[in-house]
Structures are given as structure tokens and as C-alpha cells.
Design a protein around this ligand. Structure first.
Ligand code: ADP
Ligand code: 5GP
Length: 202
């Protein structure tokens, strides 16, 4: 596995703050590749195609699944979301670490393939705060907010499978914690590689 990049997966219930944290990590750790997912949902105000998601139609998404171009995918809230196989292969084959934002099922599929991955679960400070943030985001109507709130229990039931859990109370603190996990893990991996290389060269 030496020379191969590592994956860092961020999950958490809808409204936990994954997109907010991911945007900051992308900015602060530019050497980390970011997996832009494909999605059939409509862009939210301010979201850009190719930056936040590759926004594609359902037939196009299904064609890509058939063609083997999607590494993992789920259907949530009436839309398809998935990781591009090419994005995953390109980063890891080049030895580049890759950051992904997926739901818990996507994370499970990735865990099966990448046992050395780092899986971070983002937890809001309370149910009340989560609901306030979801409503405050103002990007979904009432029915969509309720769909997302119903999903919270399921996502939380998978939290114990994650290597790390970060509470997103204060955003700056949560970002610092996620970045510290990433940096520490990369140092550890680098150290292991160096020690192995030294041994092999001896
Ligand atoms: P997710 O991607 O997990 O669904 P978002 O990143 O869209 O969640 O965050 C949901 C809402 O909560 C957004 O309006 C975001 O600006 C806000 N938010 C995220 N983290 C915090 C925080 N620590 N404190 C206050 N508001 C936050
Ligand atoms: P949103 O519509 O709020 O951007 O995302 C909805 C859910 O889709 C979130 O739980 C997010 O983590 C998940 N998601 C986004 N991209 C992917 C992906 O590529 N794979 C999977 N499995 N889930 C994703």
C-alpha cells in the first residue's frame, strides 16, 4: 500500500455542518484532494457545478452507474448522490490523499474497500440546534426539512463505526479538530512509510 493515498471521509446527519466544514478544510489544506460528488439534486443558491457537486440529470447518473463510472452511490431525499470512480482512482494512484463528504452508507461502502481510511463523524451539539440550523439554512421547504430530520436517527445509529467523532458547536473549533485529525493521521502514515523504506533499504 506504500505510496498510495489515503481517504478521509466526513459524514454526519443533514444540517450537521459537513459542507461548511468541508469548504474550510478545502481552503486550509489545499494539498488534500477533494472528491466532488455527482448529484441529481438542484443546486442551492451559491453552489457551483464542478465545485460543490457535478450536477447531472437522473438518466445521466444512471448511465454512469451502468458504465461503472460511480464508485459508490446512494439515493437520499429523492436524489442520487455518488463518488466518481475516476476521481477516486486518480487521487489514490497518484499517492494523493482524498477528502470525501458522504452519507453513512457511502462511508460503509468505502470502509469495505479502504480499511486504512479515516472516518470522521460530525455531530451537532443537540437536536434542537440541528433543527434550527437546518431551518436556518433556508434551502429546503418544510416537507424536505422533515425528510432530513427523519434521517437523523439512521445516520446517528452508524456513528459508532467511525474512527473519530467531532462535535460541531463552534465552527472554528470543529474545523480545527477535523484538520488536526487529518494532519496527525497523515504524519503517522508518512512516518510508517519512512520507517518501512528505511528497513527495506537496510
Ligand atoms: P450539512 O452539509 O451537514 O447538511 P451545512 O454545512 O449546510 O450542513 O450546515 C447547515 C447550516 O448550519 C448552514 O446554514 C450553516 O451555515 C450552519 N452552520 C454550520 N456549522 C455551524 C456552526 N458551528 N454554528 C452555527 N451555524 C452553523
Ligand atoms: P446535500 O443535499 O445536503 O448536499 O447532501 C445530502 C446527503 O448526501 C449528505 O448526507 C451528504 O453527505 C450525502 N452525499 C453527498 N455526496 C455524496 C456521495 O458522493 N456519496 C454518498 N454516499 N453520499 C453523498
Amino acid at each position: 500500500m506504500s505510496g498510495r493515498g489515503q481517504i478521509f471521509v466526513l459524514s454526519g446527519p443533514p444540517g450537521a455542518g459537513k459542507s461548511s466544514v468541508a469548504a474550510r478544510v478545502r481552503r486550509d489544506l489545499p494539498e488534500l484532494a477533494y472528491s466532488v460528488s455527482l448529484s441529481t439534486r438542484q443546486p442551492r443558491p451559491g453552489e457551483q457545478d464542478g465545485v460543490d457537486y457535478y450536477f447531472v440529470s437522473r438518466p445521466e447518473f444512471e448511465r454512469r452507474i451502468e458504465a461503472g463510472e460511480i464508485a459508490e452511490h446512494v439515493e437520499i431525499f429523492g436524489n442520487l448522490y455518488g463518488t466518481s470512480q475516476k476521481v477516486l482512482d486518480r487521487a489514490l494512484d497518484q499517492g494523493q490523499d482524498l477528502f470525501l463528504d458522504t452519507d453513512v452508507n457511502g462511508a460503509e461502502a468505502l470502509r469495505q474497500r479502504f480499511a486504512d481510511g479515516v472516518f470522521i463523524f460530525l455531530l451537532p451539539p443537540s437536536r434542537r440546534v440541528l433543527e434550527e440550523r437546518l431551518r436556518g439554512r433556508n434551502t429546503e421547504d418544510e416537507a424536505q426539512v422533515r425528510d432530513r430530520l427523519e434521517r437523523v436517527r439512521y445516520e446517528l445509529s452508524k456513528a459508532e463505526h467511525y474512527t473519530h467523532l467531532v462535535v460541531n458547536d463552534d465552527l472554528d473549533r470543529a474545523v480545527a479538530e477535523v484538520e488536526a485529525i487529518i494532519v496527525a493521521s497523515r504524519r503517522r502514515t508518512e512516518r510508517h512509510r519512512k520507517l518501512l523504506a528505511e528497513f527495506q533499504a537496510s
